[in-house]
Design a protein around this ligand. Structure first.
Ligand code: FPP
Length: 240
């Protein structure tokens, strides 16, 4: 829905779930001759405001890629800074009372008490409506492998698409309608590989810390101009 000044005010049921690949924090910092950690700090700030905005618009689920299984190869100081931002955000979410948080990814072998902190966040927010999935130590392929292994353990000798969907970290959550990646990269980088089958993809050159409400409005308007056919025909063609 658009307001008089052409701003998005609410979304409808076509847009239940948006996922973000928050790319470009490092480049944003580099442009300002700042350490990469500062880029992540401003990236986290941008994300928090985008989450609030999504929920104001009526988007029920937001997923973000905070840390991939490959990101452990980054310098330790950078890893530590991302983990600290995540810990702080976990506390904020618990205290502010709006969103339910779910961490998608492998929680085994995480440093210090991070897994305990995550589980506490999930537990304390579990009765809330808006869902915030944070992908941490996440890889799409390994998520699918884990799902298959779970099904094998359950003794299944043939499996359906539904079985796989129900065995992923995102079990029970509708697939993302829209996946947004910033910073001019045109790939999914092992994010939500199963769930993205019919997602609309939106790419922008804006670096993540500069991605704000105006940029999200532009992405949502673009989404509403897409013709989602799921392999079928569009409505006008069906009538012919
Ligand atoms: C990609 O940019 C970003 C990351 C790998 C980390 C994203 C993490 C945060 C924004 C902070 C923690 C998250 C939350 C939800 C509070 P990049 O570093 O690869 O950028 P570059 O490609 O420009 O180097």
């Amino acid at each position: 829905m658009l307001s008089k000044n052409n701003k998005i005010t609410k979304v409808d049921d076509r847009l239940k779930h948006i996922a973000f690949i928050m790319d470009g924090n490092g480049r944003w910092a580099k442009k300002r001759l700042l350490p990469r950690q500062v880029g992540h700090k401003y990236g986290a700030k941008a994300f928090k405001d985008i989450v609030k905005y999504c929920f104001e618009l009526g988007i029920k689920t937001v997923t973000t890629y905070a840390f991939s299984t490959e990101n452990w190869s980054r310098p330790q100081a950078e890893i530590d800074s991302i983990i600290q931002l995540l810990r702080d955000y976990n506390t904020e979410i618990i205290e502010d009372g709006h969103a339910r948080i779910i961490y998608i990814g492998d929680k085994s072998n995480l440093p210090n008490d991070l897994a305990t902190v995550m589980i506490e966040g999930e537990e304390k927010t579990k009765d809330r409506d808006f869902l915030l999935n944070i992908a941490f130590n996440y890889g799409g392929r390994s998520e699918i492998v884990n799902a298959f292994n779970k099904l094998i353990k359950e003794g299944k000798d043939s499996i359906t698409e539904e079985d796989i969907s129900n065995s992923l970290y995102t079990s029970g959550v509708p697939d993302p309608d829209l996946i947004i990646r910033t910073a001019g990269e045109y790939r999914l980088s092992n994010f939500l590989l199963w769930q993205c089958a019919y997602s609309e993809l939106y790419f922008t050159n804006v670096l993540w810390p500069d991605f704000g409400r105006k940029q999200l409005d532009a992405a949502i308007k673009d989404f509403y101009n897409r013709d989602r056919r799921y392999g079928g025909l569009n409505k006008n063609e069906e009538k012919k």
